[in-house]
Unconditional design. Structure first.
Length: 128
């Protein structure tokens, strides 16, 4: 971090994954953990081009650990499509300091959330 050097490497080649958006004030800082969305390739292959959520992977940046091939958390912990027919779509807003609790809000959407849309970060006074 002191030199500003950036290194790039594959977290794994066994899974299709995508990093989520993070709060901009933490960009460039050393992190202990990282969370990635794992894409369910089998479900995605029959969904007319829509990528389907397959699980959440937690990476430990200070350890050289291998990813396991099981879902690590429930789909409802993040935001999720309620029905495969794209009806009654909902976004679940979670408190990132307490992932284990129920969502702090649920929002019904008029249409599907595009793949790659991950969230936004703002101070509490702007969110109300």
């Amino acid at each position: 971090m002191k030199t500003g050097e950036v290194k790039e490497k594959n977290a794994t080649t066994n899974f299709s994954m995508e990093f989520s958006m993070i709060n901009e004030k933490f960009i460039g800082l050393r992190n202990k953990f990282g969370y990635l969305q794992v894409v369910d390739l089998e479900a995605s292959s029959i969904s007319e081009g829509l990528a389907k959520y397959g699980g959440l992977a937690k990476l430990h940046f200070k350890k050289d650990e291998k990813l396991i091939k099981v879902n690590i958390c429930s789909q409802r912990t993040l935001f999720a499509m309620e029905q495969p027919l794209l009806q009654n779509l909902k976004v679940y807003v979670v408190d990132v300091k307490n992932f284990a609790t129920h969502p702090v809000a649920t929002i019904t959407l008029p249409s599907r959330v595009p793949y790659g849309f991950h969230g936004a970060f703002m101070p509490n006074d702007q969110a109300r």
